[in-house]
Design a protein around this ligand. Structure first.
Ligand code: ATP
Length: 370
């Protein structure tokens, strides 16, 4: 299946509700065949962006272009996009086969053409054995496959998916994730996928767009976002669970010496950092190591909570003798609550971000995004 366009361009797209920006200044060029994930916490504007693309919401500002053709002025049915939602929205009284065929029949195609394309789509999502069943006789994962087949059977130039896996249990989510990736690889469908699950976005997408409060924070490949988040909000979303507000004591090139909370740590500058400034130091739990004895970049701490997670333990420790700030780490050492430990972080793994005026304290945001 080939796309009917080379690129889809969102140009300063914005949408306001009651005078408040739900989405502002979204610039994004989606290349044909790309899988783009829109990622961000609840209320950041992901669904608004998707609905603007679909034509379900008129724009308040900006424009959307398919190559040289302006499409934001077209009604949804004239855009030729397919949509898959989290509630599968299947017709309950129709068999799987009839659900998939429905859109083709509406297009008044020949019976033979409808039958051929329907069977092909059912085969793609591996539902051949279930084609005669009603949606109510299927599992959640199978129903979602029907919804996907129903969208792809129309050979849309763009598929829009809004949290399609969020109603499934953990195991099915993983299976469907692979399924969606497999479908994307075999059909090469240009896809825009909305999720608040960073793991899902990282594993599925060619590029991610991270939104916060209606504004793009960063656009990049999974590798770029994982290794070098553009600011501490993105870092927070990319699994940097430890965020420590500190003061800059010294800067030399990329190397930053930080003080605060009784600690002295060396980290890596991720923006313009100056001496005396308040910054946010971010580190992933898997980059906090339990070590022996004294040394550089050490944090004395006391183990608070230990969670068994198979090969590793997820540990929450508190700095100092147990009254300091909470730090999250992962370790294969058999730690127990009350253990006194020495923690270490490589300077390259401690990313130091400027804290901008009006930013909430990192802990407040961590609570919001979980
Ligand atoms: P979620 O993951 O919770 O669905 P989201 O990132 O998709 O969140 P949106 O649904 O795009 O967020 O909402 C963005 C902002 O716009 C929110 O503050 C929301 O309350 C507001 N909003 C969305 N739709 C409407 C509407 N129809 N009327 C008024 N405000 C709206």
């Amino acid at each position: 299946m080939t796309s009917e366009f080379r690129e889809l361009r969102l140009d300063g797209v914005g949408r306001r509700f009651s005078g408040k920006d739900a989405l502002a200044d979204l610039d994004l060029t989606i290349r044909a065949g790309e899988f783009i994930a829109l990622l961000g916490p609840s209320g950041c504007g992901k669904s608004t962006a998707l609905n603007c693309l679909a034509g379900l919401l008129p724009l308040t500002s900006g424009s959307i272009w398919q190559d040289e053709k302006r499409i934001d002025v077209l009604p949804p049915e004239k855009r030729g996009f397919g949509m898959v939602f989290q509630n599968y929205a299947l017709f309950p009284h129709m068999s799987v086969r009839r659900n998939v065929a429905f859109g083709l029949q509406m297009r008044k195609l020949s019976k033979a053409e409808v039958a051929r394309r329907t069977e092909e789509a059912i085969r793609l999502v591996q539902l051949e054995e279930h084609a005669a069943k009603l949606p109510g006789q299927l599992s959640g994962g199978q129903q979602q496959r029907v919804a996907i087949a129903r969208a792809v059977v129309l050979e849309p130039s763009l598929v829009l998916m809004d949290e399609p896996l969020s109603n499934l249990d953990a195991k099915l989510r993983l299976e469907m994730r692979t399924e969606i990736r497999r479908l994307h690889q075999s059909l090469g469908l240009t896809t825009v996928y909305v999720t608040h699950d960073q793991e899902e976005a990282l594993s599925l997408a060619d590029r991610l767009v991270v939104l916060r409060a209606g504004r793009v924070q960063q656009v990049g490949t999974p590798e770029e976002l994982h290794a070098t988040p553009a600011n501490w909000h993105v870092a927070d979303f990319m699994g940097f669970r430890n965020m420590i507000e500190m003061t800059v004591a010294r800067v030399s090139g990329d190397e930053v010496v930080l003080e605060g909370e009784g600690l002295r740590l060396v980290g890596t500058a991720m923006g313009s950092i100056s001496t005396g400034a308040t910054v946010v130091a971010a580190v992933r739990p898997e980059d906090v190591r339990v070590v022996e004895g004294e040394g550089d970049n050490r944090i004395p701490a006391t183990v608070d909570v230990v969670e068994y997670q198979g090969r590793e333990l997820a540990v929450e420790a508190r700095t100092g003798t147990g009254s300091g700030r909470a730090l999250h780490l992962r370790t294969d050492q058999r730690l127990a609550p009350e253990d006194r430990v020495s923690l270490a972080v490589e300077p390259q793994r401690l990313l130091v971000y400027p804290k901008e005026a009006g930013d909430p304290a990192p802990t407040e945001l961590a609570e919001v995004t979980g």
